[in-house]
Design a protein around this ligand. Structure first.
Ligand SMILES: [Zn+2]
Length: 132
């Protein structure tokens, strides 16, 4: 059985702003803090990695080896954030052929079970039990 992974969830409003939930614990109180761009042509060995911090306004640009690029062959964007319960997460958009793959990842567990997959499994079981 495949491991459960964090899922993107939103509250949507007609006529208002939609809100993203923490992909780990589900709270609506989230903060998006940084954007990372992994820029490269298809199959380029290195890539230009750009980081913009939303708090400080600091920008950095460097050449990296793609080891953190979510796209295995092309470019990607990563939104970095945290929730007010202490979860730190990445939401990535990775180009793969004609598709854009969206993934979430717990980047720094805090106030959580040490095993994120067990924690997420518990959340999903609770969601199933309380589904309307
Ligand atoms: Zn959370």
């Amino acid at each position: 059985m495949a491991k459960k992974k964090p899922k993107l969830r939103f509250t949507t409003y007609d006529g208002g702003n939609d809100e993203i939930h923490c992909p780990i614990c589900g709270t609506e109180n989230t903060h998006m803090t940084d954007v990372e761009v992994y820029a490269r042509h298809e199959d380029m060995k290195g890539c230009r990695t750009i980081n913009a911090c939303g708090y400080s306004g600091n920008l950095s640009t460097r050449t990296t080896d793609n080891s953190k690029n979510p796209s295995c062959r092309r470019h990607a964007f990563v939104l970095k954030g945290h929730c007010e319960n202490g979860c730190y997460f990445d939401i990535s958009f990775a180009q793969h052929k004609g598709r854009t793959e969206v993934n979430t990842e717990l980047t720094k567990p805090k106030n959580l079970s040490t095993n994120q997959y067990e924690y997420i499994k518990g959340i999903r079981e609770w969601e199933e039990k309380t589904r309307h």
